[in-house]
Design a protein around this ligand. Structure first.
Ligand code: GAL
Length: 730
């Protein structure tokens, strides 16, 4: 039978190419996911991590082969990977964003020590997408995703694909495509069965028998009849598991079970039409943000928990219903979480504006094939991006990518992200980066806006008040216009989080400040707008788009403020004086689920000594939320808050720890640029600058467990303030 072992521990690493016999003592001991270079969160050179490094691992087999094949699976390594096992070198894998495997059976020592060496080229190789031109993001180096050892039978299930059909009708059914690989020199008679596990009561399982010729791969499709099931939806993302069994008839033996694969999937119908996007027959206006997979300090080497957290942030803190994995396939931990929480996904191939030569295009097509084969069972994914983001037309190349995507998965449409409204439309959905600070009238259908704002209005969390407000209001404006136009399926803004970038982009400190959140995933005002679009049944949101300081507003006038809230009404007080009860501005923004509130008539109130602002959010006449902002903005408190207070003591697990300097009422003070120094007591690694200078009154570091259980205490000190938190490692 199949068995899989996580292969992340006990690697040796050296940041150079190794020629000859370099002793182990020259290496550093590391655990994956691993970045080849820890960096500050800004002001570093991408040349710092662009080098060839060597990973080495000594191992004995965790279990005997017993006649099985042994595969070495990499979930992702940046960016050219050459693997050598016991002196045998496999062909280089090119590409940093999709998984790849090696069959190491014939080179492994069953009973002795094995030496695995990985030469990893993390330079920006022009022969590998996205490189060859400029790129507005960084491809950090390292074996930055998991590695596994996988034992499989000589005849095994290579992959499964579950396609559901007519899910809104009484004749709903599912097709289970199963690929069986026979690695042996003789034909095999096999038996395949598929059934649904979990809560779906299919009346029958389905099975078939066939003979697989020697050294071949065969596909069979089993149809599973209708049962009763719940649809996967954004509010109720019900998932099921399909169990596929493989039996093999060996000479003189009865059929024996040799393999089993469990595949998670969902029943849902997602359609882009001329008049919008429909999920399970209901129109949904897509409202989302783009996400890069990179983090401060650790590049892309973020463990499962951080990946899952990003999906949660996009869904619950930013109220989005869709995320685009700009500009490459992202971690399966992220995608699995999107399935679990009901967050729709636009996934696309690696690339940025540039198309290389034929060999480069072959790598891109391989990326496309592997991305779709890896991810076709995620109900959250509703469209494949089959163009290099914002590239020029290339008829033959894009005919090929569209054909390939449709052959691999005829259940999802293709899109191809461009910034031209009249480029060749070979895809199923015209996916357009619209930087007009409006919504241009669709020239094709269906039509989806895949980026807006971004470089048109970069904004830092420590920018002046008016810029942050304008930044937020641009997102409000475009989302409202997208809501107004039936031909527009929705709008995915640029972008969720600030990100590190190359010298040609960003603010000069190697950050693109295009996020509605900063690089630590902490909110700017624009984030509060997105948050306020969430249903109040999920979370009540009430946030002033103001720091309540007339002194920071041109001419010192602060008569009106915008408030982002999903409450029905907001009552505003200055000090003890009630200013009024306000309704959302449905006149100006009629096409948003929850338009912002324009709270005016504030006049000179704020100049009073006791002029604190108090907002009360009302639903059904009841106060359900309150926000207060002090006029006294001297720092009152330092807070240190881990996202998780319990981590697994496996040397892999990580969590973010947020530091904030606050006013009396817990609002961050954007200009309190304290340097915060940290102490770590216990068995954990701190990733981050130490001291860390807060930006916009906030910042974050990351804590990674070591392999010893216990408690870790983190102490933060800034000026006269001290704060601490405890994380338990189990
Ligand atoms: C787009 C591009 C994105 C990002 C953005 C900034 O043209 O697709 O990757 O660079 O501009 O606004």
């Amino acid at each position: 039978m199949r068995s899989t072992h996580l292969f992340n521990h006990d690697w040796l690493f050296i940041p150079q190419k190794v020629a000859g016999n370099m002793p182990d003592s020259a290496f550093e001991r590391v655990i994956l996911p691993h970045t080849n270079k820890l960096v500050p969160h800004r002001n570093f050179d991408d040349a710092d991590y662009q080098f060839i490094s060597t990973y080495r691992k000594h191992f004995t087999l965790p279990e005997p082969l017993n006649g099985r094949r042994l595969l070495l699976d990499f979930d992702g390594a940046m960016m050219g990977t050459t693997v050598t096992l016991n002196g045998h070198t496999f062909p280089e894998h090119k590409g940093g964003y999709v998984p790849f495997s090696f069959d190491i059976t014939d080179y492994v020592q069953e009973n002795g020590d094995n030496l695995l060496e990985v030469s990893l080229d993390s330079t920006e190789r022009p022969d590998i997408p996205p490189f060859g031109f400029m790129v507005d993001y960084l491809a950090f180096g390292g074996i930055y995703r998991d590695v596994h050892l996988r034992y499989v039978a000589p005849c095994y299930i290579e992959k499964t694909r579950i396609r559901t059909h007519d899910v809104l009708t009484a004749h709903a059914y599912a097709e289970v495509d199963v690929w069986i690989k026979n690695t042996t020199d003789i034909p095999h008679k096999v038996y395949i069965s598929a059934e649904f596990d979990g809560e779906w009561d299919a009346e029958f399982a389905s099975s078939t028998e066939l003979v697989i010729p020697a050294k071949s791969l065969m596909k069979r499709t089993l149809t599973l009849p209708k049962g009763t099931f719940d649809l996967w939806s954004m509010d109720n993302p019900v998932l099921y598991t399909c169990v596929v069994d493989l039996g093999v008839e060996a000479p003189n033996t009865p059929m024996v079970l040799v393999d089993q694969i469990r595949t998670r999937f969902g029943f849902r119908e997602a359609q882009f039409r001329a008049d919008g996007f429909f999920l399970n027959g209901e129109r949904v206006k897509l409202r989302g943000l783009n996400r890069h997979q990179t983090y401060p300090y650790i590049g892309a080497a973020a463990s499962a928990r951080l990946q899952q957290k990003d999906a949660d942030i996009v869904k619950y803190e930013l109220g989005c219903n869709i995320v685009r994995t700009s500009h490459y396939p992202q971690s399966t931990y992220f995608l699995n979480r999107c399935d679990e929480i009901g967050l729709l996904v636009f996934e696309e191939i690696p690339g940025w504006q540039h198309i290389g030569d034929d060999a480069w295009k072959l790598v891109a097509k391989n990326d496309l094939r592997v991305m779709i084969e890896r991810d076709w069972n995620h109900p959250s994914i509703i469209i494949w991006g089959v163009r290099i983001n914002e590239s020029q037309d290339d008829h033959d190349f894009y005919c090929d990518t569209n054909t390939l995507a449709r052959e691999l998965d005829n259940t999802r449409p293709t899109g191809g992200v461009r910034y031209l409204s009249d480029s060749e439309f070979l895809e199923d959905v015209y996916t357009m980066n619209d930087f007009s600070n409006g919504i241009i009238e669709p020239t094709y259908s269906p039509w989806l806006v895949t980026e807006f704002n971004g470089h048109m209005y970069p904004t830092k969390s420590y920018d002046g008040e008016e810029r942050k407000i304008e930044h937020a209001m641009r997102h409000v404006k475009v989302q409202n216009l997208a809501g107004a136009n039936e031909k527009v399926s929705g709008a995915i803004g640029w972008c969720a989080f600030d990100y590190n970038t190359h010298v040609q982009f960003g603010a000069g400190d190697r950050i693109c400040y295009h996020g509605v959140m900063d690089i630590f995933r902490l909110p700017k005002y624009a984030a509060h707008f997105y948050a306020s679009q969430i249903s109040p049944a999920v979370r009540v949101v009430l946030q002033a788009c103001s720091s309540w300081q007339p002194g920071d507003i041109s001419e010192g006038l602060l008569n009106a403020i915008w408030v982002f809230s999903n409450c029905e009404q907001v009552t505003a007080y200055v000090g003890d004086e009630k200013i009024g009860t306000f309704s959302p501005d449905t006149q100006k923004f009629p096409h948003l689920p929850h338009p912002p509130f324009n709270i005016d008539g504030l006049g000179v109130m704020v100049a009073r000594p006791n002029g604190d602002l108090r907002l009360e959010g009302l639903i059904g006449g009841q106060i359900v939320a309150t926000q207060r902002i002090s006029t006294d903005t001297l720092p009152k408190k330092l807070t240190i808050t881990p996202d998780d207070t319990e981590l697994t003591a496996d040397g892999i697990d990580m969590t973010r720890v947020v530091i904030q300097i606050e006013d009396t009422f817990g609002n961050p003070l954007p200009f309190a640029t304290y340097a915060v120094a940290f102490e770590v007591h216990g068995e954990a690694t701190l990733y981050g600058e130490n001291p860390l200078v807060l930006m916009g009154g906030q910042g974050a570091v990351y804590v990674r467990s070591k392999q010893t259980a216990g408690t870790v205490k983190l102490v933060a000190k800034a000026d006269k303030f001290t704060a601490d938190c405890v994380i338990t490692l189990k």
